[in-house]
Design a protein around this ligand. Structure first.
Ligand SMILES: [Zn+2]
Length: 665
């Protein structure tokens, strides 16, 4: 009974390991067998399975064992070395508004750009198509809004932005199109019963149908009208996968498999369909990226990541964000425990700390895109203080704060200070690279080997990843993330410590990179199974201590260390391309900031949250550095003194409310 139940799971695992072998490397059958045996032992000693897996026949198991895609496919080459244009990268506080067609009769619809400029915003996002409605311009293809047949509303919006000296990122809803769904019902995503799959804004158009070609024509029209960027929000394809004729055919061709009977997280065939769904999303964005960048390389593509930064879902993979010019996420999203994800955190485990989970999410969002700033939508900010703390948190973690301004309030004076803060500090982040003295591997592939057992996924992979990040965050050591495709590529530049949360589940190319890293003097910290990161009864604290002892000798030589201030103060450092300027960003706790609708679940008015006291007694220690020419804290504009001590310099940071940015030149 036991073995019979686990058979498909082990096969799925074997398949994962096989697919984990890069196309660039020769197949390593011996190692694959060793890996499978190791995993087999783990499975046989595991007590419970959250999801009983269905029985699968030998043919299906054999097909599941074939890889769908390399971990690091060759098409990632074209995104390596991509640099964001300065107008985007050097503007760390941007604005957002929705202004849907219902506002077209209102004055603000054509005056928003002036309102944003008055607030001090230089870059903003606004709708250019809100949902499934026709185009707001006389497009050559598809349906056009009656009001836009003789008037190019989209171009007026773009021109208005440019006339105010602003850049505009257009929110073009790319998933729904009512007219095309009517004309081509076969382009619509279907569930297993043949029913159309819909979002709240209409039916999903399938990326395996000819729809992406149609959409591309429209996107190029917008590029030609002068759009500076695209904001691709949300899920791209339904999270369940799609059962339309195009998908069934392409899935069969790619995998040899028939579609699963339904969406079922206990079914390895469904997980294979999710792999295929993820690859479909990647291929579509790669195609659009090529077309858009070819037309105008300075147009920035923001790609929505939905639940990806929560680390609890299988929708989208690290590969997509390598080709995203910038990842789009949301302020509180990484700390949410949304329903319907593949890996919910088990109630018996220690809950995550909100500020740390947010910081991990922002770091994943930034580092999965090779360190480029992620774009973080922040809506429903209550007041000026909240917006300043929120901005401090996002900027410190190397991201762009995208502040949603309610349509009827533009120009809203409550945001002026936040935009002014962005203007002041952005030059010290533009073009920089985050210092990642320690890199933590985010092992998606290893996690997915427990796709039918979320509790084990957390215990063996996700909690060790989060736990290591938490320990480094609290120690104020410079840390970042390396994803599966990046690890295979050996993108460990600047790292002295490599943390492997799932050291037994690496692919052959990853093992080679790890071995080279070790040979060149790097410290590899393999997760110790004795570290009970998930344990709510003191195990986590003991794991943090043990981890700290493991890295202590190296940590003494870390280039930047910060002491003092409250526990939830975060420190992140950045270096400019010519390595002659160091930026140390320090944020007070920002996890208290309330966003979204100002109403509790019970319907009662919410209790307003209070800002924490200022950060006091903060010191920055820079190992192996001589006194620099100039040290300043750029938020207050004060010059600071660097005190030479044995082995480096120390800088005392004046007390600050929400953000301090110490710059050494
Ligand atoms: Zn489909």
């Amino acid at each position: 009974m036991y073995a019979h139940r686990n058979g498909p799971l082990i096969a799925a695992v074997l398949q994962s390991i096989l697919s984990a072998t890069s196309a660039r490397a020769e197949a390593q059958p011996v190692d694959v067998l060793i890996e499978a045996e190791r995993f087999d032992r783990r499975v046989s000693t595991s007590k419970t399975f959250a999801r009983p897996t269905p029985e699968l026949d030998a043919d299906t198991l054999a097909l599941l064992a074939k890889p769908l895609t390399p971990v690091r496919p060759a098409w990632l080459d074209e995104a390596s070395g991509y640099r964001l244009p300065a107008w985007y990268d050097a503007c760390r506080v941007q604005a957002h508004t929705r202004l849907s067609p219902s506002f077209m009769n209102k004055e603000i619809f054509y005056k928003a750009a002036a309102g944003f400029r008055e607030m001090g915003a230089r870059v903003f996002v606004r709708h250019i198509k809100s949902g499934s409605e026709p185009a707001w311009w006389p497009s050559k293809v598809g349906a056009v809004l009656p009001a836009a047949r003789d008037r190019n509303i989209a171009k007026e919006i773009i021109d208005n932005a440019h006339a105010q000296g602003c850049r505009i990122i257009v929110y073009h809803r790319h998933m729904e199109d009512r007219y095309m769904a009517e004309v081509h019902p076969d382009w619509v995503c279907r569930d297993w019963r043949g029913k159309a799959l819909s979002s709240s804004r209409g039916d999903y158009m399938c990326f395996n149908s000819p729809y992406p070609d149609y959409f591309q024509t429209r996107a190029i029209e917008l590029v030609d009208m002068g759009a500076d960027g695209f904001y691709f929000d949300e899920r791209h394809m339904p999270k369940t996968g799609c059962w339309c004729a195009s998908c069934k055919k392409a899935f069969k061709q790619a995998t040899g498999l028939d579609h699963p009977e339904r969406a079922d997280p206990s079914d390895p065939v469904w997980h294979r369909l999710i792999d295929f769904n993820n690859l479909t999303i990647e291929r579509t964005f790669l195609k659009w990226r090529r077309a858009i960048h070819q037309r105008n390389p300075s147009v920035v593509m923001l790609i929505g990541s939905n639940t990806w930064p929560t680390i609890a879902d299988r929708h989208m993979t690290n590969r997509l964000f390598r080709i995203a010019d910038s990842m789009k996420t949301e302020f509180s999203l990484p700390a949410r425990n949304p329903g319907g994800v593949v890996f919910p955190l088990d109630a018996s485990m220690k809950p995550v700390e909100k500020d740390a989970k947010l910081a991990l999410g922002y770091t994943l969002a930034r580092d999965s895109a090779d360190g480029r700033p992620a774009h973080i939508w922040t809506h429903g900010l209550r007041d000026e203080t909240s917006s300043l703390f929120a901005v401090a948190g996002m900027i410190t973690h190397g991201c762009i704060a995208n502040l949603d301004v309610p349509e009827n309030t533009i120009p809203n004076p409550a945001f002026k200070k936040a935009f002014a803060l962005g203007e002041k500090v952005s030059p010290y982040f533009a073009g920089t690279t985050p210092i990642r003295w320690a890199m933590i591997h985010y092992p998606e592939l290893a996690r997915d080997q427990y796709a039918t057992d979320p509790k084990e996924a957390w215990r063996r992979v996700l909690y060790p990843t989060y736990g290591a990040y938490l320990a480094l965050l609290r120690a104020r050591l410079p840390a970042g993330i390396v994803t599966d495709s990046q690890l295979e590529e050996g993108r460990l530049q600047g790292a002295k410590v490599l943390v492997l949360p799932a050291p037994d589940m690496l692919t052959e190319p990853m093992r080679k990179v790890v071995s080279d890293f070790k040979s060149s003097g790097g410290l590899v910290v393999e997760n110790d199974p004795a570290w009970q990161w998930h344990d709510a009864n003191g195990g986590q604290e003991r794991a943090v201590d043990a981890f700290g002892r493991r890295i202590e000798p190296e940590a003494k030589l870390a280039p930047v260390r910060v002491s003092g201030g409250p526990e939830r103060m975060h420190a992140v450092s950045f270096v400019n391309p010519s390595s002659n300027r160091l930026t140390v960003a320090l944020t007070n706790d920002f996890s208290w900031v309330q966003t979204g609708r100002a109403r509790s679940k019970s319907g009662k008015p919410e209790t307003p949250a209070a800002a924490p006291p200022p950060c006091a007694g903060v010191r920055v220690w820079l190992c192996g550095r001589a006194v620099p020419r100039k040290v300043q804290e750029v938020v207050s504009g004060r010059s600071l003194t660097a005190k030479p001590l044995a082995g480096g310099i120390e800088i005392a940071v004046p007390d600050f409310d929400y953000l301090a940015v110490v710059v050494l030149e």
